[in-house]
Structure formats: C-alpha cells, structure tokens
Design a protein around this ligand. Structure first.
Ligand code: SF4
Length: 361
C-alpha cells in the first residue's frame, strides 16, 4: 500500500469475525465482494450459469432471492453446482428460511422483526443453533417500520441504526449472535452517516453498499463516492455494488473501488491518458484492445496506454508496463523506461507478450 493511501484510509475498525462458508468476514479479513443473482431462482440452470459467470468475474459470495417455497427448494441443487458461498435473501416468511437452511445455504438475510409471531422466530433461531450460519440484518431506508419512521419523521441515519438495533436485539435476546448488518439508503449521504453511527456503537461486521444506486453510469458514481467514503473511515467488511446492469459489472466495479483505495488489488489496472492535440492514434480503440487482451490476468499489474511518445512514459512512470503511441509507431515501456520501439500494428501484441513473459505466463 502506498504511503499516501495509508494516510487517507483509516485503520479498519475492529469487528467480530464470521465465516460465511469458506469466506471470512470481519475481524480484519479482506473486504469480500458479493453480488446477487438477477435470475429467477426457480430456474436452476439459468441461476447456476449466472453464478458461474460471477465466480469467473471474482465474486466471492452470492445472494439469491427466495420469494417462495419452490425457490427455497431449488437452493440445494444450485449449491451442488457452484463453488462460492450462497446467502438466501428472505423477506417475512420464516418457513422459507428454515427450508433454505435445510438446503444447505451458507448464510441468511432476514430481518427478525419482520417475521411476525415470537414462536416463528424461536423456531428459526432453534434451526440456526442446530446449523449456525451468519444472518444479515439488512435495513433499507425504503422499508423502515412505521413506528421508527414516525419517531424520526424520515429515514434518517438514526432511524436506520435504531431499526437495525431492534432486529439485532431480537436475535441477541434468543442467544444468537452470528450477525452482520447493513444499513442502506439510495442516498449517499444518509448511508455514510448511518454506517458511521452504527460502527461507533457496535462490533458486528458490516455489509456495505449504496442500495438501488441506479443505472450503470450513475450507479458507479454513487457507489464509488459512498463506498469510498465509508471505506476511508475504516468501515466495511463485505460489499456489494448495486447496479441496474449485468451482475458481473457489479463485481468489476467492486474491485475497482477496492483497488482505487489500495484495499485489494486484483487484475489489470489500465492507466490511459485523456488524449489531446498531440495524440496521433485512435487511443480509445487501442485501450479497448489492450483491456480485452489482458482481461484474464488475475495478478495485480498496472498498464499505461498513452497517446504520445513525448509525455506518455513520463506521465505513466508509476505503471508496470505501457505503450506510448506516436505516428505510425510507438514505444513499449516498463516502469517508465523504454524497452522497445515497434510499428503501430505490433504495439498491442508486443505489449501483451512482454506482460505475459513478465508474469511468467
Ligand atoms: Fe496528450 Fe501525450 Fe498527455 Fe496523452 S500522454 S494527454 S497525448 S500529452
């Protein structure tokens, strides 16, 4: 981690450690990346296909909506065919949670206060004690209880925290503490405030995200701002970027956010110049080709693609490898030093070969 980053990102707040399948959450474990399937959970084949593509993208935990018993009963068959831990996302119906546990899920997302009669929660907690898995209490600004809303007037940070505390309290009273929490609003500022407030008071690990962040462009900006500020406070143990987009984009965005703060490094970071009057090539196409040829690399590596040979290598001195394009030809450089001058048509191939050789591939 670069020294400047150490001064920006506060030390991670201490939280209790939970195991979700084989993935550690909290207690200083790396911030894990989650997503949620967008398929109908009852469609086992389509759901497995989507989870596998998410696994390839680097997703570490997957959440599935469980709207009815048929979906709950599909979980076991899905679990047999995927590698990453599965969390069943359930609203209200404790019977679905009981079935999800029977089907072997690694975690539940359910709010105890929404289950209804005491005996139903007791039944669920008894099943959890038999097969302990983490439960995420997830409060959303859009679905706060009427009395909490009445007390605070609007879904403020305090309202979100109090709502989470009420749900958590019900589990604690019954002696169950394998809990993580999330406090999400679609607004960036109330979300940040709620996480800060909660983490001052509790040591439960936190699942962080900006909920319903919007379509790709807007969602990326809101999530980057919100999660960036939350992480810079040392808060957050596992994350999801919520986008109205393909789920693999959520995973990709999560890693970019973590990388920008030097919290986790995975795959290729492309540094490319914005182009200017000195640019002699179609840099956008060149960047696209480099990005697609290096897509499979998991090791952290920084690659610069610059539009001119005059300033390019200097501007991208920190990059591990790079291209600086001139008229009809360009330079390949490694850590700011030119290693080769090649024709424009050979730039991408030469760069990729050099990187693969350097990574031992
Ligand atoms: Fe312009 Fe060269 Fe800088 Fe790109 S690297 S913005 S082409 S000066």
């Amino acid at each position: 981690m670069a020294p400047t980053v150490n001064r920006i990102v506060k030390k991670r707040k201490p939280t209790a450690k939970l195991m979700l399948g084989g993935v550690a959450i909290g207690g200083g474990a790396p911030i894990s990346v989650q997503s949620m399937t967008k398929t109908d959970t009852r469609d086992i084949a389509a759901t497995v296909r989507q989870i596998r593509s998410l696994e390839r993208a680097g997703c570490e935990i997957i959440r599935l909506a469980v709207p009815d018993m048929e979906a709950a009963k599909a979980l076991g068959a899905i679990k047999l065919k995927v590698k990453i831990p599965m969390v069943a996302d359930i609203h209200f119906d404790w019977r679905l949670a009981l079935e999800a546990l029977r089907q072997g899920v690694d975690g539940l997302r359910i709010n105890p206060g929404n289950i209804g009669a005491d005996w139903k929660l007791k039944e669920l907690v008894a099943a959890l004690k038999d097969r302990p898995v983490p439960v995420r209490v997830g409060v959303n600004a859009g679905s706060l209880g009427r009395d909490v809303l009445k007390k605070y007037g609007h879904p403020s940070a305090e309202a979100l925290v109090e709502s989470a505390e009420r749900h958590i309290g019900l589990l604690e009273e019954m002696g169950y503490s394998s809990i993580k929490a999330s406090l999400k609003a679609s607004g960036v500022l109330p979300t940040i405030e709620a996480y800060k407030l909660f983490s001052k008071k509790h040591r439960y690990p936190l699942h962080v995200g900006i909920t319903e962040a919007g379509p790709l462009f807007q969602g990326l900006i809101k999530s980057s701002m919100g999660l960036g500020m939350i992480f810079s406070e040392g808060i957050g143990d596992t994350m999801r970027v919520s986008l109205t987009a393909k789920p693999a984009e959520e995973v990709r965005a999560a890693y970019e956010i973590l990388r920008a703060l030097r919290l986790r490094q995975r795959g290729v970071e492309i540094v490319s110049c914005p182009t200017c009057g000195r640019t002699c090539v179609d840099l956008k196409t060149l960047v696209g080709k480099v990005e697609s040829r290096l897509k499979g690399i998991r090791e952290p590596v920084t690659v610069a693609v610059m539009g001119c040979v005059v300033n390019g290598p200097g501007e991208a001195r920190e990059a591990d490898y790079g291209i600086a394009s001139g008229k009809g030809e360009g330079m390949i450089f490694k850590r700011g030093k030119v290693v080769k001058r090649v024709k424009e048509s050979r730039l991408v191939d030469t760069l990729v070969e050099l990187i693969q050789k350097g990574l031992g591939g």
